[in-house]
Design a protein around this ligand. Structure first.
Ligand SMILES: O=P(O)(O)OC[C@H]1O[C@H](OP(=O)(O)OP(=O)(O)O)[C@H](O)[C@@H]1O
Ligand SMILES: O=C(O)c1cc(=O)[nH]c(=O)[nH]1
Length: 181
């Protein structure tokens, strides 16, 4: 697994996804760095690497899932890639309901299946938690949350409290450590 982590770090760096400066995060928090995982998710090699890593982590943790769930935007390319690698269907939640056409906030179906949630980055975990809650409200079961980079700013505790597995491919501290190696 260590080798996969190093490959992920290498790709994130090559793709210019680790940025230093002054950033405002989704939660309103300020940060001196930003991990632009979405930029790397435009790279087919990164998509392949991440989906293989996520499938391996899910297998190692015995997450016997039927479907994949995500929220736009960052989760979508991940869900598509993992769907192709695992041959399991996926669903997408919209951040907001549409006001025309098909107005549901859900694309795909939930019929009591077992889900893994995928997310590009977790900071507070609130975005991934909204997916977990929305799957459960509709009768789905959530086995775990798989994330590319966890910034170690609270998400782990959020899911521990809920009794839901939280499985980052990489922690921010590992990203910083390996990026200097
Ligand atoms: O753990 P949290 O504190 O919720 O922060 C992480 C969330 O923030 C980012 O999304 P963003 O809100 O920037 O939306 P986007 O995917 O549409 O770019 C990221 O993709 C996660 O979804
Ligand atoms: O918390 C966030 O909004 C966030 C942090 C980060 O490093 N990368 C990202 O895409 N979002």
């Amino acid at each position: 697994m260590d080798e996969l982590k190093r490959e992920i770090v290498k790709k994130l760096i090559e793709n210019g996804s680790l940025k230093f400066g002054e950033f405002v995060l989704s939660s309103g928090k300020k940060s001196s760095y930003y991990v632009d995982v979405k930029k790397s998710l435009t790279d087919p090699d990164f998509l392949t690497l991440i989906s293989k890593t996520m499938l391996r982590l899910a297998e190692d943790c015995r997450l016997n899932f039927d479907k994949i769930a995500c929220i736009e935007l960052g989760g979508v390319p991940l869900a598509v890639a993992l769907s192709i690698t695992s041959n399991k269907p996926y669903i997408i939640f919209r951040k907001k309901k549409k006001e025309y056409g098909v107005t549901s906030d859900l694309i795909g179906e939930i019929n009591g299946e077992r889900f893994v949630v995928v997310e590009d980055v977790t900071t507070t975990g609130s975005s991934a938690l909204s997916v977990v809650e929305r799957v459960m409200e509709r009768g789905g079961k959530v086995l775990g949350v798989l994330v590319v980079v966890d910034r170690e700013e609270g998400a782990e505790d959020v899911f521990k409290e809920k009794g839901i597995g939280f499985i980052p491919c990489l922690k921010a501290s590992e990203l910083m450590k390996y990026s200097k190696a």
